[in-house]
Design a protein around this ligand. Structure first.
Ligand code: ADP
Length: 616
């Protein structure tokens, strides 16, 4: 129940609009019934021209004659009367369709409003969620919640709700009309209704299980295609084409069989209810004829209109009985969306957190430990100090915990024990935003948005002037190649003909960081090989970037390593060695081994004489 209420909650801002929509749907149903009922006087004019102005037996008849009598002249010649009735019928149809349009249009507006709001809410929550969440949730899942699931909920909230309401109106309208014509006959019409529910019930249940397995199989087929494409190299190099063809063949055959089974059931539903409706109509025909001819308590024109009305009775019944199956996917989707919205944001500002005042003396890791999963420590007893303006380089094998260490500094994750302090103050005392604002992060992969070069550079830097942007680009050795792009700084990144090389992307990232001018810099050097010229420019740009900042660098390059004030060597989440390049090369520890492995050529040169890493 709370699920329904929560879903309906999304309608709240649109209540007035939705109210008007429902009103329109009501008027639509009203004019629908009215236009049908108008056929009673019309048919009488046709069959008994002399009696047009006479009041029939049923209350509808009286009402219609009454209404018509006010707008047209029923007493005159039958011809004028019929002409008048036809015009009124036309007007009734026009009004019915006008309200039909209004209802459909307003429902669509509410519809899209709900989707927009829900999508915004999910997206906004997505931005707030912690890295922990993104670590354990697959991107595909997140995407499908934002698109597919929200869409399903929307269908539920508006389309189905509106349809339910209008169907109910239609049902009631038909019922009122029929009752007004003849109560007895209406009761007779209901004889077959229980039968309908009885047949639909079990049928729907079965259909639901079959539909579900069809959906699952469709997912399997898709997943198989996707996985084959992702691993196409492996498939080909293993000469496994026939094997894959066979597996895919079996899978699609399964899908085919399930689908046909489900469709057979669905196809059965229509004839069954049609037959039941026919039985109902047969009963009506028989009983109605008796009332008209023998008992003479029903006029033939009213009876005909009654029959027309009764056809309106069965389709709402069919729809309403099918409803549980129709809304099922929407409810499941709503649960998934809410689950997502309820995922807690764990890294928040403490009570009384203050803005980060800046770094005066040092950043200190004090016996810090961390684990992504309980019992599997990733960092243990990390302790070191990074004085203001120093460069701390982290080296070590892949998986040693270097990235995790700098992520803790930006509070993307919270330390498990120990603390990280700035000038003696725990970083958890500062607001997350202000702390991250004072940090620049240049990661291995340069993230560029689909936007102009200018906007990509200015990202996160507020609203810098063109001069500032160009100055930063110059410092990062990026200005020249940007100017050479088709539209210079206004070139869209990533559009055809403006693919940037690895080195250019890196220099853009460096320019971006220079523009933001953060006092603390986290620099994850790219490992991808660049050509010599490009490498030289990136190195120079890096040098400029590091100047005057407190830097933490995950180092892969000779130059940054040698420039570092201290090098921390990490293995298996612990600092195993520390010191300057020269000092560490004196020992015969991990660092020296790593270094000689990574730079077999330079090692010989660099070892005896430190500090001249650039060497070009
Ligand atoms: P490095 O940067 O030195 O290569 P990382 O800090 O990336 O090392 O990783 C350290 C360890 O933590 C590795 O064993 C890695 O598998 C694990 N790890 C990294 N990120 C996550 C994550 N989001 N969830 C779970 N484990 C992770």
């Amino acid at each position: 129940m709370s699920l329904y209420l929560r879903i309906l909650g999304y309608l709240k801002p649109f209540l007035p609009l939705f109210g008007v929509a429902v009103g329109s749907l009501f008027l639509y149903a009203l004019f629908d019934v009215f236009s049908i009922a108008l056929f009673i006087p019309f048919l009488r004019a046709l069959f008994n021209p002399a009696d047009v102005a006479e009041t029939g037996d049923s209350s509808v008849d009286q009402l219609m004659t009454d209404i018509l009598g006010r707008v047209i002249d029923l007493e005159g010649s039958p011809e004028t009367a019929v002409r008048g009735i036809i015009i009124v019928i036309l007007v009734a149809f026009a009004l019915k369709n006008l309200f039909g349009f209004l209802g459909a249009y307003l429902v669509a507006r509410v519809d899209q409003g709900v989707t927009r709001d829900m999508r915004r809410e999910v997206y906004s929550h997505l931005l707030d969620l912690d890295m922990v969440f993104f670590g354990r949730t697959r991107v595909g899942q997140i995407q499908s919640r934002l698109t597919h699931d929200v869409e399903q909920v929307r269908q539920l909230v508006t389309k189905e709700l509106a349809k339910m309401i209008s169907t109910t109106f239609e049902f009631i309208g038909a019922l009122v009309l029929m009752f007004a014509i003849s109560g007895r006959l209406t009761i007779a019409a209901f004889v077959v209704l229980p039968g309908m529910f009885l047949i639909w019930g079990p049928l729907l249940k079965k259909l639901r299980t079959r539909d579900r397995s069809v959906l699952n199989l469709a997912g399997d087929v898709n997943a198989h295609i996707q996985e084959t494409l992702a691993g196409i190299r492996l498939v080909k190099s293993s000469a496994a084409e026939e094997h894959e063809r066979g597996r895919f063949g079996a899978l699609t055959q399964d899908y085919y069989r399930q689908f046909v089974r489900a469709e057979r059931l669905r196809a059965l539903a229509a004839p069954i209810s049609e037959m039941l409706a026919a039985v109902g109509t047969a009963i009506l025909l028989y009983y109605g004829t008796r009332l008209v001819i023998y008992d003479q308590i029903l006029s033939s024109e009213a009876f005909i209109v009654f029959l027309v009305g009764s056809t309106k009775l069965y389709s709402p019944v069919k729809y309403l009985s099918r409803l549980p199956a129709t809304i099922q996917p929407g409810l499941v989707a709503a649960e998934r969306v809410f689950e997502f919205l309820d995922a807690p944001v764990e890294i928040r500002d403490r009570e009384g957190a203050v803005d980060f005042p800046g770094l005066e003396r040092e950043i200190r890791f004090e016996e810090v430990g961390f684990a992504y999963r309980q019992g599997q420590p990733v960092l243990q007893d990390i302790a070191f100090a990074a004085p203001r303006g120093s460069v701390t380089a982290m080296v070590g094998p892949s998986g040693a915990g270097k990235t995790t260490l700098v992520d803790l500094l930006g509070r993307f994750y919270e330390v498990a024990y120990g603390r990280i302090s700035v000038d003696g103050r725990d970083i958890r005392d500062f607001t997350v935003r202000s702390l991250r604002r004072s940090m620049g992060i240049v990661s291995q992969e340069t993230v560029l948005f689909h936007d102009t070069v200018r906007n990509n550079l200015a990202y996160g830097a507020g609203d810098p002037s063109d001069a500032a942007i160009q100055e930063a680009a110059r410092l990062a050795y990026a200005h020249e190649f940007i100017e050479a792009l088709p539209q210079g700084y206004d070139t869209m990144v990533g559009e055809r003909g403006t693919q940037l090389s690895g080195g250019q992307r890196q220099r853009l990232a460096i320019a971006r960081a220079i523009l933001r001018d953060p006092p603390i810099l986290i620099f994850d050097e790219a490992t991808s090989a660049l050509d010599t010229e490009s490498e030289r420019l990136v190195q120079r740009a890096t040098q400029r970037l590091l100047e005057g900042r407190t830097v933490f660098v995950i180092a892969h390059r000779l130059s940054t390593i040698q420039q570092a004030d201290q090098i921390l060597v990490l293995t298996d989440g612990r600092i195993v060695e520390r010191g300057t390049h020269a000092a560490l090369m004196e020992t015969s520890g991990v660092y020296r081994r790593l270094y000689e492995l990574q730079f077999p050529d330079e090692a010989v040169l660099a070892a005896p004489e430190s500090g001249s890493g650039e060497g070009t």
